[in-house]
Design a protein around this ligand. Structure first.
Ligand code: ARG
Length: 572
């Protein structure tokens, strides 16, 4: 497709002698149609050129006006305040979009990421603990980013960094030793292990010697003790079996399952490197990196006073490993904002590992807000968690009830309910800025008319049922684009045109909600178009044009929703 932004940048660049690539980053897509299709703000230039933005805008306009008059892609340019607003020729835009939709099965695909490696660390539930709703957010956000980077041509590596290591296993092993027989671990591993964990935790609070025994267990585990390793492996296998049930429901896949334990033999190197820098300090028997100079008040603990390593030590070993094995351009960590301090400490400490600066600059914590259930925040320690598998199944059940009411004769109700129920939860997780806390409210999530996953699926289904009414989708060269120059069609065509730009914006901010909002925008615009126009009409030429537009909307909705991890039903 023609790149309109680039064309505009080229002309402005000629006029003011600033690099085209740089100008590209200035150009915005205005929120409001009245401000054209692209806007060039002159505010950044004002400082440099020591002139008021409207003056600069006028000068640029004067210089490019004549040339632009000859350019078929640009219809006109207007000045509003300090902005130059560009209007793209409607016919050029329309034929560009229709032709691209026609020839490109993978609409939106790009190669801008070719040759770049992106590691995405996401999901990462903890062995022997419930897979909770925070891990769901991580899984959903991580998967969406994974798909979108991939679509743009990046080499993407999805890592499930399982929490399968750490002092809590010392506790669990102790609890298992003491009371293992009382619990039905093989049947209900996570539930039962959680109970053991709560019980041993309580005991540790009362009895210092038990706490010491737990610490010793973990040390033994690190040293490869046979008994401890065997129990740990049992916990891991059983937990993974449970996690897989959730992953199957969500359709999650990972390229690597290297969890924390994978790094158990790779931390010594980290300690040695840090020791050589002279920055590893002794403090109350522990080894720490002081980060005062980095404006972080809490030091990064590398080795605890009892000789055990920490969550941070393992993350440092993982950075070394990922730099060497994946040569990453970006390494993203998708966790709740509760871990902001942890990642600050780890990223600052990583500067001491002797890695190329490229790797340090590529580290990024993609944090997200809490999920607030009506009953408040959840925690593992107290044990009042909602099981995710149950939550997902409840969503499917609720979707089924709605479908049964709305469309009792629908075939494959089970399958549709699954797509709608799961899609609703995924969309809810991705609908708003990720750092915002999310309120989980069943009625809102499953509302077919709200800003929801089911609404997008419903709009898609609507396009499908329109297309079912005709024998064949017309071929693109039969379409007379004069029938698509009205306001409602143009709105849709512009949105479709911007698809790739939206995907790029997602990767710039690691913010999948940009795509979610986009899909809502497209759905709403189609609903307006649908309400304003009859699609099946006597005039075959008009009908063909509207059908083709409908087909295009359906195609982009499906590609976009799939990128978010949402499956589309054909009927609902
Ligand atoms: N297992 C951790 C948790 O549940 C998340 C791990 C995130 N990834 C990382 N490299 N630290 O909180």
């Amino acid at each position: 497709m023609k790149n309109f932004k680039q064309i505009i940048a080229k002309h402005i660049s000629k006029a003011i002698n600033i690099d085209e690539q740089e100008l590209l980053t200035y150009i915005e897509i205005p929120k409001h149609m009245n401000n054209g299709d692209y806007a060039f703000p002159c505010f950044r230039l004002a400082k440099e050129l020591k002139k008021a933005p409207p003056v600069i805008a006028n000068e640029i306009k004067k210089k490019i006006e004549q040339e632009i008059g000859q350019v078929e892609e640009i219809e006109k340019v207007e000045i509003v305040g300090g902005y130059l607003n560009f209007y793209i020729d409607k016919k050029v835009l329309t034929s560009e979009v229709l032709n691209e939709i026609n020839k490109n099965e993978e609409y939106g695909q790009s190669n801008i990421g070719n040759g770049k490696n992106i590691v995405i660390d996401y999901s990462a539930p903890n062995i022997a603990k419930p897979f909770h709703i925070g891990h769901l957010r991580s899984t959903v956000i991580g998967a969406a980013l994974y798909n979108i980077y991939k679509k743009l041509g990046y080499n993407t590596i999805g890592v499930n960094y399982l929490g399968d290591y750490g002092t809590q296993f010392g506790k669990l092993i102790e609890g298992y030793k003491l009371w293992g027989k009382e619990y039905n671990i093989d049947e209900e591993p996570i539930n039962e292990l959680t109970k053991i964990y709560i019980r041993i935790n309580d005991l540790c609070k009362e009895d210092e010697s038990v706490l010491q025994a737990c610490r010793d267990n973990f040390k033994k585990l690190e040293d490869g003790d046979k008994y401890c390793t065997e129990i740990w492996e049992k916990f891991r296998t059983l937990s993974l079996q449970e996690f897989k049930k959730v992953y199957d429901l969500l359709g999650s896949k990972f390229d690597s399952w290297n969890g924390e334990s994978f790094y158990s033999d790779k931390m010594q190197e980290v300690i040695e490197i840090l020791e050589k820098t002279g920055k590893l300090e002794e403090s109350q028997g522990a080894k720490i990196i002081d980060l005062e100079n980095e404006e972080i008040n809490t030091p990064c603990i590398i080795v605890k006073s009892n000789g055990s390593t920490t969550y941070a030590t393992r993350d440092l070993a993982a950075i070394l490993y990922r730099a060497r094995n994946y040569d990453f351009d970006k390494a993203l960590y998708v966790t709740s904002y509760e871990q902001v301090l942890h990642f600050k400490q780890v990223f600052k400490t990583a500067k001491l590992l002797g890695l190329d600066e490229k790797y340090i600059n590529g580290l990024e914590h993609v944090s997200f807000g809490m999920v607030l259930l009506p009953s408040g925040k959840m925690s593992t320690r107290e044990g009042n968690v909602i099981k995710l598998e149950e939550l997902l199944n409840e969503s499917i059940d609720r979707a089924k009830k709605i479908i049964e009411q709305k469309n009792p004769n629908l075939e494959n109700k089970e399958d549709v309910a699954k797509k709608v129920g799961i899609g609703a939860i995924i969309f809810n997780d991705l609908a708003n800025n990720r750092v915002k806390d999310e309120i989980f409210d069943w009625d809102a999530i499953l509302n077919f008319q709200g800003e929801t996953g089911p609404y997008i699926q419903y709009t898609y289904v609507r396009t499908k049922s329109v297309l079912e009414k005709i024998e064949q989708i017309p071929s693109v060269d039969q379409i007379n684009i004069n029938n698509l120059l009205d306001m409602y069609s143009q709105k849709i065509l512009k949105i479709i045109y911007n698809f790739e730009d939206i995907l790029i914006q997602v990767t710039e901010k690691n913010e999948p909600s940009i795509l979610s909002r986009y899909l809502l925008d497209l759905s709403k615009s189609y609903s307006v178009f649908y309400n304003e126009n009859k699609i099946i009409v006597d005039d075959i030429e008009i009908q063909s044009a509207r059908i083709y537009l409908t087909y295009a909307v359906g195609k982009v909705l499906k590609i976009g929703a799939n990128l978010l991890g949402i499956e589309m039903p054909n009927k609902m």
